[in-house]
Design a protein around this ligand. Structure first.
Ligand SMILES: [Fe+2]
Length: 357
């Protein structure tokens, strides 16, 4: 779950609490982790550390002598906006904490007394979020592509998925005569479309067979999680749209917002087709890949329900086995993906988004 995006980063996590015993126990808790724990006994001390260091994550108590935690985090949001802000508080102080979430963009709150494993995983998630934002801010092609490949490592079945989705999407974009810059943004959006999966456990991503309702609810959070990170990294609107809306459906039955038809930005409608086409023609943990001709029939059967019918027509007209084999071969020659041939044995229903088609 704890992904290394930029190994050279020295992640500093700052804990702020007026109770020394609490600071001692968090320090002990992170002793064997590769995390640089900093501590402060009050808000003034914390602000001085924040001004002089790159702090990835700050975890603050609320009720402290002097400046309260909620006001400290609000100041941190201005001084060091990328620092992920977490509030740790007693149960009695919960309503103030909820205020804090609205007032200063607190990422999560932790109620004392905490469970050690829960605290560690929240901090690791927060560091991952910080690293993804820092990586995305570089916005150069190699960084974005390597981030996409890092995400693919979480799911052993999706090697090369982002590159193939980009190639399929650009087939449609070419036919629509979209501008070069728009096509570039679509390519980046395809690479990053599942970046929110960094927040989903590998057990769920690699689970064979359908997910439970609870697991599916977790999966459904990845578009919003990823889009928030992309927005924070100031990526283009097209990229954010692809990340946020690539699981929306044309009939409004998708997620996360359930918007439909042309309310879904065109770039996301394009990528939705490419994403599903690649899912059908690749082995996944929950089903075997299908032949290309069968995949095309499945895509055609999802016209108007899942996908924009006009874009489906363009895709089905333009895509053929030779074109797909060329895409896979080029990616293989670049050493990026394993080539998968077109001989497939499986038949029957097709599962996507935990639904049968
Ligand atoms: Fe996705």
């Amino acid at each position: 779950m704890f992904l290394i995006i930029r190994e050279e980063m020295d992640d500093k996590v700052l804990f702020v609490d007026d109770e020394k015993a609490i600071l001692t126990s968090v320090r002990r808790l992170f002793l064997d982790k590769q995390i640089n724990v900093q501590i402060a006994n009050n808000s003034e001390e914390a602000l001085s550390i924040i001004r002089n260091n790159n702090i990835s994550v700050i975890v603050s108590d609320n009720i402290m002598p002097g400046v309260r935690g909620v006001d400290l985090l609000e100041r941190v949001s201005r001084i060091s906006p990328d620092t992920i802000r977490i509030m740790m508080t007693g149960y009695a102080d919960l309503s103030t904490t909820i205020d804090a979430i609205n007032k200063c963009g607190v990422y999560k709150f932790i109620v004392k007394p905490w469970a050690n494993n829960e605290l560690v995983s929240i901090i690791e998630e927060a560091i991952t979020r910080y690293r993804v934002i820092q990586s995305l801010k570089e916005t150069d092609e190699p960084t974005m592509r390597s981030l996409a490949q890092t995400i693919e490592l979480k799911d052993r079945y999706t090697k090369g998925h982002c590159d193939r989705v980009a190639s399929y999407s650009l087939i449609i974009a070419d036919h629509l005569n979209l501008q070069d810059d728009t096509k570039k943004q679509i390519k980046y959006g395809c690479w990053l479309h599942d970046c929110g999966k960094i927040g989903v456990s590998e057990e769920i991503l690699n689970k064979p067979g359908p997910l439970t309702d609870g697991e599916y609810e977790i999966i459904k959070k990845h578009p919003e999680w990823g889009a928030e990170v992309a927005k924070q990294a100031n990526l283009s609107q097209e990229i954010v749209n692809i990340i946020l809306y690539h699981h929306e459906r044309y009939d409004g039955k998708g997620y996360p917002l359930g918007i439909k038809g042309d309310e879904i930005p065109q770039e996301a409608r394009i990528v939705a087709i490419a994403d599903v086409f690649d899912a059908i023609t690749s082995d996944r943990s929950y089903q075997k890949k299908r032949e290309f001709s069968e995949a095309k029939n499945i895509i055609a059967s999802m016209k108007r329900t899942a996908f924009d019918p006009h874009l489906v027509d363009i895709f089905l007209r333009s895509v053929n086995n030779t074109r797909i084999e060329q895409i896979c071969l080029t990616l293989k020659q670049e050493g990026l993906v394993e080539y998968h041939d077109t001989t497939v044995e499986s038949q029957g229903s097709f599962w996507y988004n935990n639904q049968k088609f």
